[in-house]
Design a protein around this ligand. Structure first.
Ligand code: HEM
Length: 396
């Protein structure tokens, strides 16, 4: 949150108004403990929600042995990841305002008054750097602009842990001041907001910051909340634009799947978990009982779009192949890129009646970009795990 009262720009303590950049040189009256406490609380709560939803997304994609992701409710991941991205974007102005409010304290002198104070100030490095890093990499990633050499998911993931750790240290150090600044500002000598100075007062400053944040959320949330899709002006995707009326991240041509020979197509169902391996043509699949389900494609980048899918339930194929009730499946794509070539169906997803090998969407045969001739679509899964151009189910 913010430094204790003696460090404030209005009331520099002995020794802190010396050094290379005296804190008293920063004169804005908006920079007080109450402003910093309000912004800090918002950043703290927002980052905690982003952390929880982000770690959840990580666990779903790379599940450790103790984690089994549910297939219901069907739109849960759509909600958690949509929240992650919209909230992350809306936090950017609040984070910047928090940094602006408190950065004069970075120059307070002497740099450390005690070992504990020194450690607390050292924790500002990962906190500040990490928070800016998360915002920048997140924002660039959803805009598919990745001017770096590292793997986005690993960098963003480990930075999140670093930031949350540093945030706990920071919160612990600033807890008392924050509480007082929020509940009893007069005891810190903090003046009421209105009429505080001829310039910008606290209420106007905070109003401007939170209004900016609200507008960012309003102009982004349409990427996942269809009724506001026309307002999705600050994000690269609208849920109703793309082949067959919804977006595509990976196009068929980019992975050699633009021209699949339907006559030569075979779906193979095999692996240690099956009693009778299957090899099915497209006509075999079409002649099996079909099921329809309204399910979202919920991209890790936060956009999502619901469609009506039709195809063969994976569990029917498993039953036909003699697989057990707890069978798990690796879904393998025919694409020629190794990235996102496979996805896992845990036992709940594999046996959910709405987990389909879809042949149609909204009454039309799938377009190549949506995975023609056969794609996986199941409830409550990230879009990257809804494998397209499926050629094989490996059952264990
Ligand atoms: C502008 C702000 C942000 C945006 C736009 C953003 C965007 C994203 C995106 C698109 C992903 C999915 C990556 C993928 O699975 O391919 C993601 C994952 C994640 N985010 Fe953020 N994020 C932001 C801020 C934050 C913040 C503030 C935190 C934590 C405090 C955070 C923590 C995480 C974590 C832990 C993951 C999981 C990474 C993984 O799968 O390994 N993000 N974020």
């Amino acid at each position: 949150m913010t430094d204790a009262a003696p460090d404030s720009p209005r009331a520099p303590a002995v020794g802190v108004d010396s050094g290379p950049l005296p804190i008293g040189d920063f004169t804005s009256p908006v920079r007080d403990e109450r402003t910093a406490a309000i912004l800090g609380a918002a950043v703290g709560i927002g980052f905690t929600v982003c952390f929880a939803t982000g770690v959840l997304s990580h666990l779903i994609q790379d599940p450790p042995s103790w984690f089994l992701w549910t297939s219901r409710p069907a739109g849960l991941y759509r909600f958690t990841q949509g929240l992650h991205v919209v909230l992350g974007l809306a936090l950017i102005p609040i984070l910047l305002a928090k940094i602006w409010t408190t950065y004069p304290h970075l120059f307070s002198w002497p740099p450390a008054r005690s070992v504990a104070h020194g450690l607390e100030r050292l924790a500002l490095l990962p906190l500040l750097g990490g928070a800016l890093f998360l915002s920048f990499t997140g924002l660039s990633n959803i805009n598919v602009w990745r001017p770096w050499d590292f793997d986005f998911r690993s960098g963003h993931y480990w930075a999140a842990w670093l930031v949350i750790g540093a945030m706990v240290i920071h919160l612990t150090a600033k807890w008392a001041t924050t509480r007082t600044a929020l509940t009893d500002p007069a005891s810190l000598g903090i003046e009421p907001s209105v009429g505080q100075s001829p310039g910008l007062d606290r209420r106007s400053f905070l109003g401007a910051v939170f209004a900016t944040s609200g507008l960012i959320a309003l102009f982004s949330v349409g990427q996942t909340f269809a009724p506001l899709r026309r307002l999705a002006l600050l994000v690269p995707r609208r849920p109703d634009i793309g082949p067959q009326g919804f977006p595509v991240n990976r196009e068929a041509a980019s992975v050699g799947m633009a021209d699949v020979d339907a006559a030569a197509y075979r779906l193979v169902v095999d692996g240690a978990g099956v009693g009778r391996p299957l090899e099915l043509t497209l006509d075999d699949l079409r002649s099996m009982p079909q099921r329809e389900a309204e399910l979202p494609i919920a991209c890790v980048e936060g956009w999502s779009s619901s469609q009506r899918w039709r195809g063969v339930p994976v569990r029917d194929l498993l039953a036909q192949a003699g697989a057990g009730d707890d069978a798990e499946v690796t879904v393998v794509s025919m694409q020629d890129s190794r990235r996102l070539k496979t996805s896992e169906l845990n036992r709940w997803h594999a046996h959910d009646p709405d987990t389909l090998l879809a042949l149609e969407v909204n009454g039309e045969v799938l377009a190549p970009d949506h995975g023609y001739p056969v794609r996986l679509i199941g409830p409550n899964r990230p879009g990257v795990m809804q494998t397209k151009w499926v050629g094989r189910l490996e059952v264990t």
